[in-house]
Each structure stands twice: as C-alpha cells, then as structure tokens.
Design a protein around this ligand. Structure first.
Ligand SMILES: [Zn+2]
Length: 253
C-alpha cells in the first residue's frame, strides 16, 4: 500500500492525514499507431505520476495522487474506431466537482498532470480559479518537461519514438512486435502558416496519418525509455516538492 496513491490507501491512514498537494493525472483512450495500446497515455500518466510522487514523498512532501481520468478530448479522431472523446465542457464539469471537494477539505493545491496533447486545461483553470479563489491550480504536460531530442533521435508527438520507448520500458507485454510498427508519417497542412505555428486548427486525424501515429517509432528501445523515465520523474518530483513548500499567497519574487 503506497500512502500517496489514493486508490491504494484507506480510511485508517487518511482520517488523520493532511495532504498539501493533490495530483490529478489525466489521459485519453485512443489509437496509438498500430502497435501501442489504447491506454498508452493513461499508463504513462499513472506510472510517471506515481514514481514522481514516491520520490517526493520520500523527501517529506505531502502529496496524494488521485485516480487517473482515462478519457480525454479526442474531437479530431471521431472516425477512429473506439477513440473515446469527452468534450472540454465535460472536463470543466469533472474538474469543477473535484475542486469543490478539495477546496471544502482544505487541500488548496492541485496539479493537473496531463498526458494527452488534445487536453487543454488553461481556459478551464482560469475560469475555475475565479470560482475557487483559495485554490492554487496548475497544469503540467510531463512530455514537455525535458528536451526530448536529448533522449530520442526522431521527433513526433503521438505513438512516436518517445512513447514507444516508454511503453517498451513500462509495459512491454502490451507492445506489438516491431514488424507491426507503422512509420507514423504526418501529412502537413498545405498552407505553410500552420507549420510555422502561428495559426492553429485542429488536426483531423484520418487526414494526417495512415497509421494514427505522428513520428517514426523505429529507433525506440527499452534503454531510451528507462533513461527518460528516470530523468523525467526526478524533474517532476522536484516540482512536487516545490509546490508543497510554496506559500500560495506569496509565489513571486
Ligand atoms: Zn499518447
């Protein structure tokens, strides 16, 4: 029983506990190229959050990891069989209810631990911040915590070398053999401004990738996944310690 994982701990342990920071991992249920499981984002969210919390807990940080929300925003993937979309307005409702509980129980710090590129919590956090002024709510994307090109040879953002390496390390039993791996070739928008990053539109997944992947996974290895997991959890654990220690009335210098 890990005392910092809510799904494992119990009322006996919790009735006299005072947590400083709640961590809410949030993933998605969606195709990841041909070879990775639909739960790829949830597995990464679960295991990276848990290991980061363990490292922080061992340093005395009072953190509690809430259960991972398994569905994310997949509005651009409605044509992909059993990609399960929940809308941003549903995410708002879920977050609003969870924050109401935390606020009432005086756990005033919340980290939304995001694992899926289609989830975008900024606007939601702004609005809920108005509603719950005592709460300090922040969002992290673990996949942006490190410079991925220091760990991996090929870029990409979906079922690519990084995610494939992580799954080979974390859940090798759920990764299909290499002859099943698609190339993850992304078709770019014909209008150049979109590639420059200053104009945005949602990517319609079936129009941009044959195998649902974005980024070639072929150079993925267990060792690359292990090294990245080690470094990213150390970095995130430092954030958790910093958030626990922070005085939310006095955050700036
Ligand atoms: Zn993913």
């Amino acid at each position: 029983m890990r005392p910092y994982i809510l799904t494992e701990t119990n009322w006996d342990a919790l009735r006299n506990e005072n947590f400083e920071l709640a961590i809410l991992p949030w993933g998605a249920t969606e195709a990841h190229n041909f070879h990775l499981p639909y739960s790829t984002d949830n597995i990464q969210a679960d295991l990276i959050a848990a290991e980061s919390a363990r490292l922080a807990w061992d340093k005395g940080a009072k953190v509690i990891v809430l259960p991972t929300i398994p569905f994310g925003v997949n509005t651009g993937q409605r044509d992909i069989y059993l990609d399960i979309n929940i809308n941003p307005s549903t995410q708002f409702a879920i977050l609003s209810d969870i924050i109401e509980v935390l606020n009432h129980q005086k756990i005033y710090k919340l980290l939304i631990f995001n694992s899926h590129g289609g989830n975008d919590f900024k606007a939601i956090v702004r609005e809920l911040g108005l509603k719950y002024p005592k709460m300090f709510i922040c969002v992290s994307n673990w996949y942006q915590a490190l410079d991925r090109m220091e760990y991996f040879d090929n870029s990409g953002d979906h079922a690519e070398e990084m995610e494939t390496s992580l799954l080979l390390y974390l859940r090798p039993d759920l990764v299909l053999p290499i002859d099943k791996w698609g190339e993850g070739k992304e078709k770019k928008n014909k209008i150049k401004a979109f590639s420059e990053g200053w104009v945005w539109t949602e990517r319609k997944w079936t129009q941009i990738s044959e195998d649902t992947g974005i980024g070639n996974p072929k150079l993925a290895t267990i060792d690359k996944g292990a090294r990245y997991f080690h470094d990213v959890t150390i970095k995130i654990s430092k954030l958790l310690c910093d958030l626990c220690e922070a005085d939310i009335e006095n955050m700036h210098e």
